[in-house]
Design a protein around this ligand. Sequence first.
Ligand code: ACM
Length: 681
Amino acid sequence: MVMPSPLPLLTCCLLTTLASAQSNSRELNLMPLPAAYRLGQGQLSVDHHFFVTLSGYKEPRLDRAVQRFLHALSRQTDGSDPSPCIGTCVGLGVHTGHASKPLQELGEDESYTLDITPSGAILNAGTPLGTLHGLQTFLHLVQATPTGYAVPAVSIQDRPRFPWRGLMVDVSRHFMPIDSLRLTLDGMEAVQLNVFHWHLSDNQGFRVESKKFPKLQSQGSDGHFYTQSEIRGFIAYARDRGIRVIPEFDVPGHCTAIFAAYPELASGPGRYQIERQWGVMDPAMNITQEHTYTFLDALFGEMAALFPDQYFHIGGDEVNGKQWDTNPAIQKFKQSHHIKDNAGLQAYFNRRLLKIVTAHGKTMMGWDEILAPELPKSIVIQSWRGQQSLADAARQGYRGLLSNGYYIDLMYPASQHYAADPLSGPAAALTPEEKRRVLGGEATMWTEYVSPENLDSRIWPRTAAIAERLWSPPNTADVNSMYRRLKIISSQLDSLGLTHNSHYIHELERLAGSTDIEALKVLADVVEPVKEYTREQTAPYPATSLTPLNRLVDAVSPESDAARTFNAEVDSLLSSPAPATMADLRATLTAWRDNDAELQPLLQSSFLLKQDTVLSTTLAQLGATGLQALDYLEHNQPAPADWKQSQLAILEDAKKPKSQLLIMVAPAVQRLVERKPSTAK
Ligand code: ACM
């Protein structure tokens, strides 16, 4: 595969009237689905002679993107024929209209068209951002066919629905090595996300080298921080992929790590140490003293220069006010300034902070707690406590982003995130002008229970579903289609080196101390971590930042594909009892019933697996219960009332968390016992 010197753009005439993706019966294997496309006839072969030509606007970033594209393509093509191309080689002509902004800006043109016929392909984009997206789309269309690799003939017109499509990663609760985050950027590029929001400081760590305040990293990071040079490299890497990098320094709460270095900034007497516990903590900055503003001006000045993006996130969430209430000087300040409550005090702080952030040339953004009428409309609100604050902000003239509904740390299934739409709920009633203030959304990866080892599996593939929600038209909402395509993008993300799938097997092998994990996998395949923030309440061990994340709960996927398949089969059986479905369910339930006997010796052999004993016996019980329910169903007999009652009691218990895990097939077994189809979509 070669990249010859640029040729004139291939000319071609594809159909120009495009139907919406929804009206097309043959769906593309893409995530996100394009805004509009129409499938053509035939396919374009992609072999090792396939070439790319660049025309129009050129820059080194585009050359690098083409090199990456060809490298990725070379892994998907057959290189067994070393002969030179004679006569009929096909390729992709890429035409870019003009430069994008020297510093990527919110709302730049990211659109592109991609026309593929059996004789060649043309990618046309106004700016390099569209070109980057179009190259990704082409790559994801490559599939194996009986005659070799190929992409289907298709005409795509694509552009994002929202200009702000982000992923936040918290590197304070658990530090994430820069290489892991680079891979995260690779995944983001693949699903057309364009903002990496870096939650860089919190109670558990301050993660950036400061040259002005070196104690921040020496006292506040346990040695885990990014050097300024690493950060510059990371930002350049992101820019190459069409991704902006927004830093967040959370103030005036969530800053115990800063107080570990500079206790005089706090509202209560020190000493302070890096926090090891999770939750909302009392320490908050003393925002009534001038010294705090001098410090923030200097620190934010340094950080504003390091992070070139226009937007600068100041956090602002979850200040419980306890330290303010117990500090007499702060109480006196409130009185003398006629500030009636702590919300008013924080609004005072935000007004002063805004001046600092603005003086350093930045646009301030923060979590929804910062929304207060006194602040100018230039700030951006990130809505996390509910969708109402987003609608309120838009109505009051503020721009905002949705994160409520995209909290991937809550361990919800992709379908739940997919259903959250920035313009649904309270935002649905906004006027068109107000709706334009809704810039998009961000998935949030809080990392209390995320380590570098399982970071990928907590982000992917579910974040791809959120990426589609933010990119594709709102009527791209078919959940079955989403799951079908999620599986495909998940394996494409694997090939970037992300470990969301491979991590699972490695962790099971580590827990088992063996590669013989068949029985353990039967159990692990149908369980999920407990939802929301119940993990601490269900932990029989200390849950701090020093606790290793090495249990079964840390290995399993946030969403069980096996359970989803089982649930769908149960629903199918309950609506029409086909013998093949019955046989399939019988085989699955029998495997569960018999698995415990196989698995117990392994569970007993490992102190980390021993705690999963009850989980395994419960799955066996569910298998037995389900088989009995199938017998009644098959013989068209009503289940005896006393049996039903005893099984329902067992099922209630089976649905409760065990070793911080939920057996996700219990509700479907219950439906078999009750013979009620699911009401869930
Ligand atoms: C947040 O989740 N505290 C923004």
